[in-house]
Design a protein around this ligand. Structure first.
Ligand code: 3H9
Length: 700
């Protein structure tokens, strides 16, 4: 069995310690240990109370996620262990030494009393895995904190730090000294006052006021489409909490929870979300990059460029407590960049998500400089100037002269040749790409780009630095566009082709939006500004690409997108809702005619495949070339950097769920129909489809 619970006695108190490193999930041995430990304490007349704590860095991180969808495991089930605890006639005190999430908090809620270390977070994050708290959490938490607070906590799934958990009533005490000593004193107080047990299932006062209040739940349900669009589990959670309030008994509520949990468990969203949970963690494991590679010590940072990217990256360092110099050789840009950073923090303060004191601290860590030489004291430098290879090469040549020996030299290019940039230094082994996504202080993704000479120390340091900055880091090979942007090229190209072939921008956008992305490609283009591409193409002497014709002609008519109220759509003053516009539709129709594209009707299914399958096909090419290590890495990139719905599991997972042989058949058909290179099927896709395998099964 996996994991265990140690049992020892300290006078009249039994101390049970969960041990299943690193974060003590409720694997078979832990469940059995909980059951056996409580049994042992109950049978021992010398024991008056039980303290339950965790070894390692967590109390209990929840159910063992790897068991979901796997074959039944040995030993007692979780609910059996929890019944044993809840029926204990001797008080159990949970001593939360660290994270108590999901089933971990549910274990604590089956204890009679709870004391937490001040740094311990608690929470019910099951919703993030497409699940709901299925071990009584939806029934017990409302009885402790009321329906409204329970809905907020369980629907968001966000962690609650011990002091707030105390204020809410989730824990009874926060330890001020050694947790186990404080828990022991607490246990002795309880024993002295009669060793009473206190079962949450019997508490009624917090929910009594809401009984029969259907309006409260209707309001919550109405919000779900905004906060959790397309997701299955949140509505199930609401139904469970409503049952906690309105069902005839605690047990009747538990029955509703069990039924809804089973529905979530078998839902494809659960599988997709758990795939992403493990994929994000696997992305950190790089073959050939041993855990014991000695990493560079990063205490100071430098950023070049005070534009949107540079400013956002500087904020990432400051947020992580790392002092950062930000350089721009244009004093006006520099001053503007610092003002933007200040404005961003001030907005967070005004929303109550950051204290003024913390904002001041972070601002004090950001040191603007016009002097390039000042960058030299950074342990890492991230270059974030605009995408121009010559400019970047020139900057790296200068960095080579000013940066200290052993510094990490990173470029934030979104797709240029990292090797060409590294070659302009005398130390290419210290160079790699660190591709942040805009806005860098918000987006979780970081692509760490491996140049041909990047050393393991450089790459290991960049990956670890990403984690320290709160990012999900994925290693990408050095090819144009790396993972994310290379794939995106196929998606945007197909969207552009479809409007030449007879689909409307609104039709394409709706299919993509309904699939779960925040917006479709044309709304996105209007938001970014059509004029950016148009001006860039003009500077290069224009483009012969058929896909450039429509945006170019729209721009010639002064239709730049949202910024001036018209692009593919039109916009009312002060409103970002895209509205159909006959002028734009006319342009699209005329260009299609001039280019000789026969017009046809598109089904939603066809649109979705034309948008999503280029991602999978190019993703497969990245895998076969070794530019991406795992399909899960690609999915991690897409859900964290491109707004791909996490509950669909990413583009590769989506392709797997469609069956690769079906995906291949469609790709071959599109190739035949359009002759477009994007549709040339990847060899890996052909191989996996022929073998009846999935991308998820590919391991290099
Ligand atoms: C649940 O509880 C359902 C119940 O309501 C009902 C049941 C009937 N299981 O993230 P890290 C692994 S659903 C198995 O890098 P950190 C993780 O894969 C669960 N494994 O560390 C990694 O393995 P590896 C509700 C788990 O310090 C290693 O532990 N609970 C689990 O950055 C370290 O993880 C949650 O959703 C698990 N539950 O963060 C909590 N958790 O080393 C999910 C972690 O091989 N977990 N692992 O790559 C987390 O949020 C974070 O892992 C945590 C630690 C905050 C705990």
């Amino acid at each position: 069995m996996k994991g265990t619970v140690h049992y020892e006695t300290r006078g009249n108190i039994a101390l049970m310690s969960v041990d299943n490193p690193p974060v003590n999930p409720l694997s078979s041995g832990v469940r059995q240990g909980l059951y056996d430990g409580v049994n042992q304490a109950l049978e021992d007349d010398a024991i008056d109370a039980i303290i339950l704590t965790g070894l390692n860095r967590a109390f209990i991180a929840g159910a063992d996620i790897s068991e979901f969808g796997a074959a039944a495991t040995e030993g007692v089930g979780l609910n059996e262990a929890l019944d044993k605890m809840e029926n204990s006639t001797k008080p159990i005190i949970a001593a939360l030494n660290g994270t108590a999430f999901g089933g971990g908090l549910e274990v604590a809620l089956c204890c009679d009393y709870r004391i937490a270390a001040p740094t311990a977070p608690v929470g019910l994050p099951e919703v993030k895995l497409g699940l709901l708290p299925g071990a009584g959490g939806t029934q017990r938490l409302p009885r402790l904190v009321g329906a409204e607070a329970a809905v907020k906590a369980i629907i968001s799934g966000d962690p609650i730090m011990a002091p707030e958990a105390l204020a809410m009533g989730i824990v009874d005490r926060v330890a001020s000294g050694d947790l186990i000593e404080d828990a022991t004193s607490y246990a002795n107080e309880i024993i002295k006052s009669g060793a009473a047990t206190r079962k949450i299932r019997d508490l009624e006062d917090k929910i009594a006021g809401d009984r029969g209040n259907t309006e409260l739940f209707e309001q919550f349900a109405a919000n779900l489409n905004r906060t959790h669009r397309g997701q299955f589990a949140p509505a199930q959670i609401l139904a469970c909490i409503e049952a906690a309030v309105n069902a005839e008994s605690f047990d009747a509520g538990m029955k509703v929870e069990a039924e809804r949990f089973a529905e979530c468990l078998k839902h494809p969203q659960r599988e997709a979300l758990i795939h992403i949970f493990f994929a994000e963690r696997a992305a950190n494991k790089i073959p050939g990059l041993d855990r014991d590679v000695p990493l560079m010590e990063i205490n100071t940072a430098s950023v070049i460029g005070a534009g949107t990217m540079g400013g956002g990256i500087a904020m990432c360092f400051a947020n992580a407590g790392i002092p950062v110099r930000i350089h721009d050789n244009d004093p006006e840009n520099l001053a503007r960049g610092v003002k933007v950073i200040e404005g961003n923090y001030a907005r967070t303060v005004s929303k109550g998500r950051l204290s003024q004191e913390d904002m001041d601290k972070r601002m004090s860590l950001i040191i603007p400089t016009e002097n390039f030489e000042d960058l030299g004291d950074g342990d890492v430098v991230v270059e974030a100037v605009y995408e121009n290879l010559d400019l970047k090469k020139e900057i790296f040549e200068r960095l080579d002269k000013v940066m200290k020996d052993g510094a990490l030299l990173a470029t934030n290019t979104s797709g240029l040749d990292v090797d060409a940039i590294a070659a302009s230094t005398s130390r290419p082994e210290f160079v790699c790409g660190m591709h942040f996504f805009s806005p860098a202080n918000v987006m979780r993704l970081l692509e760490v780009v491996k140049g041909k000479d990047s050393s393991p120390v450089t790459l290991g340091t960049a990956m670890a630095l990403g984690k320290r900055l709160g990012k999900v880091s994925v290693m990408a090979g050095n090819c144009p566009g790396f993972i994310g942007n290379r794939m995106l090229g196929g998606y945007t190209r197909q969207a552009a082709m479809m409007i030449l072939e007879g689909a409307t921008p609104a039709q394409v956008d709706k299919v993509v939006y309904d699939f779960g992305l925040a917006m479709g490609p044309f709304t996105m283009n209007d938001m970014v500004g059509l004029d950016l591409g148009w001006r860039a193409r003009k500077m290069m002497g224009g483009s012969n690409e058929v896909t450039a014709r429509i945006p170019d002609e729209l721009c010639e008519l002064g239709r730049y997108g949202q910024k001036n109220g018209k692009g593919y759509y039109r916009y009312d003053e002060g409103d970002r809702t895209p509205l159909p516009d006959p002028e734009a539709d006319e342009v699209i129709k005329r260009v299609a005619e001039e280019l000789g594209y026969p017009q046809k009707d598109f089904s939603d299914e066809e649109i979705l495949k034309r948008c999503m399958y280029p991602l999978a096909n190019i993703g497969a090419k990245l895998l076969e070339e070794g530019h991406a290590l795992r399909a899960g890495d690609i999915d991690t990139v897409y859900v964290n950097g491109y707004g791909f719905p996490t509950y669909v599991g990413g583009p590769m997972w989506f392709a797997d769920t469609q069956g690769l042989e079906n995906v291949l058949a469609d790709i071959e058909r599109f190739h035949e129909e359009t002759g477009d290179d994007v549709w040339k099927p990847s060899e890996l896709l052909k191989k996996l489809a022929a073998e009846g395998k999935s991308f998820a099964s590919f391991d290099g």
